[in-house]
Design a protein around this ligand. Structure first.
Ligand SMILES: [Zn+2]
Length: 175
């Protein structure tokens, strides 16, 4: 097992602490999806996914397998020039593995990006469930681009990340 997973927290210095904590809770399966709540004996009207209504809302479904989440991942992968997304899971996203060779700061950067995705996909899910805001799949990748830039560029000062470059060809910062 990777050293990072032996500790009680998970670290990536390019994202805020709240994102690290969220990813850690995800790994520990402490995210309150409908099936998790049901397992804890909480009575719910439905344990189906509130976004697609096409499957049980497990953690994997909510963050990766739901067609709406997968669409976001797919667009993020394309933005990074990584082709189509396949077999993404919590463990893979947490490790920041990619199908191309990256520098060590690049691996850190890609991992940070994946963590931002997981965090924002769940946040959007909650807005839909609790505030009845419509899930807006097409704008989610833009939100990810914006937030990741805001968080990462101020923390990875050495990379001198430029907004236009970040939008059009972010992989140059990672290889
Ligand atoms: Zn779904």
């Amino acid at each position: 097992m990777d050293n990072r997973f032996k500790h009680e927290t998970l670290k990536n210095n390019l994202v805020p602490g709240k994102v690290e904590i969220f990813v850690w809770r995800t790994l520990k399966r402490r995210i309150t999806t409908r099936t998790e709540l049901d397992d804890r004996g909480i009575d719910l009207d439905s344990v189906r996914c509130p976004l697609c209504d096409d499957g049980l809302e497990t953690i994997d479904h909510a963050l990766f397998l739901c067609k709406h989440s997968l669409n976001v991942w797919d667009r993020v992968y394309k933005w990074w020039g990584l082709g189509s997304v396949s077999n993404i899971s919590i463990n893979e996203a947490c490790r920041g593995k990619s199908n191309i060779s990256m520098s060590s700061i690049g691996c850190n950067l890609w991992q940070a990006l994946e963590w931002v995705c997981v965090y924002l996909i769940w946040r959007n899910r909650n807005l839909k469930v609790f505030s009845n805001k419509s899930w807006n799949g097409p704008t989610a990748p833009m939100e990810i681009q914006l937030k990741s830039f805001e968080w990462v560029s101020t923390r990875a000062k050495k990379l001198k990340i430029n907004w236009n470059q970040w939008l059009t060809d972010p992989i140059i910062y990672a290889v």
